[in-house]
Ligand binder design. Structure first.
Ligand code: NAD
Length: 485
């Protein structure tokens, strides 16, 4: 077991460093970016943001490493991924505590989800790589898959480590070299991850990390002529800016952006079971998940029953110090997000949505940091802002429907198309409804998480897919060699 204090100390020594070409090097920039503990609102660290010249250095290192790494035997890449997987699990506790510190994940959720699911993406990449056919034949034509090249990976603050491995693991499995830019708001777990890559023996230049802001480092990555692909998870705003900056160099762009995922409760669902499940799914990670099912779509004649169950569910949630084992709901991850969520709660009240529980302000006794009252609005109309805009906090809206066709129409009445849930006993009808929802994933009757199920968006939720074989193939080019046979 890695000692927690040692692992943390090691991170605090690297706050002014980038990891480039297999070494921790001082960044060229001078901009100091605070890391805030969202439970207290106090600064716990300060990183130095990188610059375009750090991106140049990282791109040079990644480019130099690419031909060698692309040619490595599959067995070598599997062995590297296995070492990365083992080190994530070995350092699980310091990683979990660091996530709690930098973005307020409750320690129980960090231990049970953030870290093990991050490791699961690495395992999924290993499983895909083990069975993957890089050359298939179609008549006399060979179809060859090759790594696309140097990939820039931009990740957000809501699931910091999980989003990193969902990109880095398939990219490395494919034989690409990478430059990671984690969110400037949650850079500490990323520094620990870079040390894991070093300790796992990633060849110099295969993995590089440059910390910094989106406008500075993110834009430089997107526009860089020597980067072949950019993958971003984050807001629509940033996703669009990345695509625009990337366009002149015609690099591949994959985007995993926002969501406003529906959760349709069909009339024959077991409401005592599925309403609490739906509330807790919406509030998981304090509602800061792009695929959180934040629109509960319910039969109009069951509205009062749903509201009562939802209220009882919220009353039982333990809110407080994310470092305590029993805490279920910690703070919002950062000040900007806290302010946005407060503004959206005010908008819901202004628009006349019925407040079932929660509301503006902070929970009693938790007036520090970015704690927010878990809030449910009912009798929401699909056109209201709270039903249309991604809130990214513990705010659930309940929207009534009169018949199943209307439920489907409401589910699809959004610019987004990331996730969706359907609950109902008549499985044929539930399947039919699932097929009519225009989203990249639909969860039918609360299934287990599947690291191989492709994840990504229809409409403005993004382009491309992550996880498993589909995520892996985003990092490959396709070459046809005619006359091969
Ligand atoms: P953001 O999009 O600003 O940040 C995500 C990542 O993109 C960060 O690494 C950031 O530095 C980078 N980035 C920002 N601007 C960029 C640019 N111009 N070029 C390149 N990279 C850039 O997200 P945020 O401001 O932290 O959150 C705002 C909203 O985004 C949230 O309210 C939520 O709706 C959404 N969000 C979605 C996800 C998701 O998983 N889909 C994650 C985080 C936030």
């Amino acid at each position: 077991m890695t000692n927690v204090a040692d692992a943390r100390y090691a991170v605090f020594e690297k706050l002014d460093r980038a990891y480039i070409g297999g070494e921790w090097v001082p960044v060229a920039g001078h901009e100091r970016l605070p890391v805030i503990d969202p439970a207290s609102g106090e600064q716990v660290a300060e990183i130095v943001g990188g610059t375009a010249s750090d991106v140049d250095r990282a791109a040079l290192a990644a480019r130099a490493a690419f031909p060698g790494f692309a040619a490595t035997p599959v067995a070598d890449r599997i062995a590297l991924l296995e070492r990365i997987h083992a080190l994530i699990l070995e350092r699980a506790e310091p990683l979990a505590r660091t996530l709690t510190l930098e973005m307020g994940a409750t320690i129980s959720h960090a231990r049970a989800a953030h870290v093990p699911l991050a490791a699961a993406h690495v395992q999924a990449a290993i499983d895909v790589l083990r069975d993957y056919d890089f050359l298939t034949m179609r008549g006399t034509t060979a179809i060859v898959r090759e790594p696309i090249g140097v990939c820039a990976l931009i990740t957000p603050w809501n699931w910091p480590l999980y989003q990193i491995t969902a990109k880095v693991a398939p990219a490395l499995a494919a034989g690409c070299t990478v430059i990671l830019k984690p969110s400037e708001l949650s850079p500490l777990s990323a520094l620990m991850f870079a040390q894991i890559m070093h300790d796992a023996g990633a060849p110099a230049g295969v993995f590089n990390l440059v910390n910094g802001t989106g406008p500075e480092v993110g834009t430089a990555l997107a526009a860089h002529p020597d980067i072949d692909m950019i993958s971003i998870t984050g807001s629509n705003r940033a996703g669009v800016l990345v695509a625009q900056a990337a366009a002149p160099t015609v690099k591949r762009v994959t985007q995993e952006l926002g969501g406003k995922s529906p959760n349709i409760l069909l009339p024959d669902a077991d409401f005592d079971r599925v309403v609490p499940l739906g509330v807790m799914a919406a509030f998981r990670n304090v509602g800061q998940s792009c695929s959180a099912p934040t629109r509960m779509i319910v039969p109009r004649d069951r509205l009062a029953e749903v509201e009562a169950i939802a209220r009882r569910t919220v009353e039982a949630i333990v809110i407080g110090d994310p470092g305590e084992d029993a805490t279920v709901l910690g703070p919002i991850a950062n000040r900007a997000q806290f302010q946005r969520v407060q503004a959206m709660i005010a908008a819901g009240i202004e628009e006349g949505a019925v407040l079932v529980c929660g509301g503006p302000g902070q929970p009693d006794g938790l007036e520090r940091g970015f704690f927010t009252r878990p809030t449910i609005f009912s009798n929401v109309a699909t056109g209201m802002r709270v039903a249309q805009e991604e809130i990214f906090g513990p705010v659930l809206v309940i929207i009534p429907y009169d018949d199943v066709d209307e439920a489907v129409a409401i589910a699809n009445d959004t610019i987004f198309g990331l996730g969706g849930h359907v609950h109902g006993k008549d499985i044929d009808r539930a399947r039919d409804v699932a097929r009519r929802i225009r989203t990249g994933q639909v969860h039918l009757n609360n299934p287990a998480w599947d690291p191989h199920a492709p994840f990504g968006g229809y409409k403005r939720s993004g382009n491309g897919r992550e996880y498993g074989a589909f995520g892996f193939e985003e990092y490959l080019e396709v070459k046809a060699i005619l006359g091969f046979a």
